[in-house]
Design a protein around this ligand. Structure first.
Ligand SMILES: CC(C)(COP(=O)(O)OP(=O)(O)OC[C@H]1O[C@@H](n2cnc3c(N)ncnc32)[C@H](O)[C@@H]1OP(=O)(O)O)[C@@H](O)C(=O)NCCC(=O)NCCS
Length: 241
């Protein structure tokens, strides 16, 4: 089945449900995926069992399995992800990996022949689940260049992961973490502001509402601004229901 979207003639699409405005560029392999409105998949990317929301941008050379990405989130080149959920408005830089498999090192071998037939040994019928632990990235998370997020980690809304970090533990909302292993460095705002922003769920606002109120997002944060974003979100949700 060929999806009804723009796809370069060298791209291979199999069982893809794509919005007509989605774009898949050259030499891509996209299988069992949903591609939302105006989403795009960069050259040489390989996506299997993924869902890209509206305006999601995947740059070149991505390798993604069972990954969901919310509205307006984007990833830089050489992104790798397995079995994870990424919220809305996340900015993910180049050379980032999320949710690599955990090989079970308590068995005789950690080698993949226990679950893959690629090595001349028939894999056993039953083996362990390398992806059993959940990996979730909240909304409005900034993941800087060359970050590795380990399997099972949950990252809260608004967090910042500094360049080069290896994240082995959960990250609280609006916290900046850095280093190997990543440790909290500071919070982005004081607790009162964080509560307003975290509870506002502003990332669920229609894009047009965000655009009309862009000044609130484009100024240095104060308690007043956080409260205005919170009130705006509440009003918008009430009007919708
Ligand atoms: C996370 C980041 C934004 C923090 O910037 P900042 O607020 O100016 O941070 P500070 O300089 O106040 O640093 C606070 C502490 O964290 C440390 N730190 C900051 N970034 C770090 C990093 N990437 N790795 C390890 N430690 C880091 C600083 O050394 C400092 O430690 P100290 O308190 O012991 O002196 C920035 O360091 C960063 O990583 N930027 C990523 C840029 C990038 O990758 N861009 C790609 C395009 S999206």
């Amino acid at each position: 089945m060929r999806a009804d979207c723009y796809a370069d003639k060298t791209a291979v699409l199999e069982n893809v449900n794509a919005h007509g405005s989605a774009k898949v560029f050259k030499e891509c392999m996209v299988k069992d995926c949903t591609l939302g409105e105006k989403s795009s998949v960069g050259d040489f990317s390989r996506l299997t069992d993924c869902h890209l929301g509206q305006n999601v941008l995947v740059q070149r050379n991505a390798l993604m399995f069972s990954t969901r990405m919310g509205t307006c989130s984007y990833v830089g080149k050489n992104f790798v992800s397995w079995h994870c959920e990424i919220g809305k408005f996340c900015s993910i830089s180049w050379n980032v990996s999320i949710g690599g498999a955990n090989h079970d090192y308590s068995r005789a071998t950690t080698h993949s022949f226990l679950y893959s037939n690629n090595f001349g040994i028939k894999a056993p019928e039953e083996t362990y689940d390398r992806f059993s632990q959940e990996c979730t990235i909240g909304n409005d998370v900034w993941i800087a260049a060359n970050v590795c997020i380990c399997r099972g980690v949950r990252i809260g809304n608004g967090a910042v992961i500094a360049a080069g970090a290896v994240v082995t533990k959960d990250v609280e909302p609006y916290t900046i973490v850095a280093g190997v292993p990543a440790k909290p460095v500071k919070k982005r705002f004081n607790d009162e502001i964080i509560t307003y922003l975290n509870d506002s769920n502003w990332w669920d606002l229609p894009l047009a509402v965000i655009e009309d109120n862009i000044h609130l997002f484009n100024q240095k944060m104060t308690k007043q601004t956080a409260k205005e974003i919170y009130d705006l979100s509440r009003r918008s949700i009430k009007e919708e229901s």
